[in-house]
Design a binder for this molecule. Structure first.
Ligand SMILES: C[S@@+](CC[C@H](N)C(=O)[O-])C[C@H]1O[C@@H](n2cnc3c(N)ncnc32)[C@H](O)[C@@H]1O
Length: 240
């Protein structure tokens, strides 16, 4: 049986079949132009970083950006399809990224990094124990003065940040449950007579900050980004 987050392999296969090259469906030429990159650049604040680890790198949108800044970058993702696509893009863009297929909650690279980035992975980790392991792995791979960039969805307490679609159920604990095809070999949970798997975890701002601190990190600076339609909120944090 697969862990719920291993289903990302299915989502990646769907993206690639439809001709997309990244999670956000950017074109190849736009990969380095993401708005998120300019936010990351602001937090780097001109400081020199030597090697970065991009957790949940997908096909490497953020890894390519870090590499374009002269930082040696390693990207890790649970989806082999995403990693293969990253390698193909690296070849095409003539850039060097170390792409590794692995679990951000359970890996050991025997190496430390002065920068670790999360670009929308944390909200894919639903269970508290998986989220704790994610923070634990960051600690194990960060140099003494290393910094971590977090970019994750948040919501106002009890407010569903997602479209009210039939195949989603957003609960009071911030779990977005999703329906899926029977072929998904996952531990299904029955809610209102329907089969769901845990898909996303979206905390309130207070709870998200508390989780970071409880897991032993200090928040150096942070901000909340709000989408134009005011529906989606993203928490950005620079932590050590
Ligand atoms: C929302 S996508 C973001 C992808 C990429 N960071 C970006 O910004 O385009 C989340 C990524 O996390 C990966 N992922 C989910 N759970 C993971 C885990 N436990 N370990 C490593 N990667 C994971 C998914 O395969 C997916 O590529």
């Amino acid at each position: 049986m697969k862990k719920y987050y291993e289903l990302h392999e299915e989502f990646w296969q769907g993206l690639i079949e439809k001709g997309h090259v990244s999670w956000d469906k950017e074109s190849e030429k736009d990969l380095l132009l993401r708005e998120r990159n300019s936010i990351l650049l602001k937090y780097l604040n001109g400081r020199k970083f030597y090697n970065a680890l991009d957790l949940g790198c997908g096909s490497g949108s953020q890894s390519f950006y870090l590499s374009s800044l002269g930082i040696n970058c390693t990207g890790i993702d649970i989806s082999q399809t995403a990693i293969n696509e990253g390698k193909r893009l690296a070849n095409k863009l003539d850039m060097h990224i170390e792409f590794v297929c692995g679990d951000a909650c359970d890996f050991n690279l025997d190496k430390k990094f002065d920068l670790i980035t999360d670009s929308c992975l944390l909200h894919c980790l639903v269970l508290e124990k998986d989220r704790s392991k994610f923070f634990d792995r960051i600690k194990a791979h960060l140099t003494k003065d290393g910094k971590t960039f977090i970019y994750t969805m948040i919501t106002d307490e009890g407010v569903n940040p997602f479209d009210e679609l039939d195949y989603f159920h957003f609960d009071k604990d911030g779990i977005l449950w999703s329906e899926g095809p029977d072929r998904f070999d996952v531990d299904w949970t029955i809610i209102n007579n329907k089969k769901y798997f845990p898909h996303r975890r979206v905390y309130s701002l207070e709870k998200q900050k508390e989780e970071i601190i409880t897991n032993g990190f200090k928040i150096l600076s942070d901000e909340v980004l709000i989408s134009d339609d005011c529906r989606n909120k993203t928490y950005v944090a620079w932590i050590e």
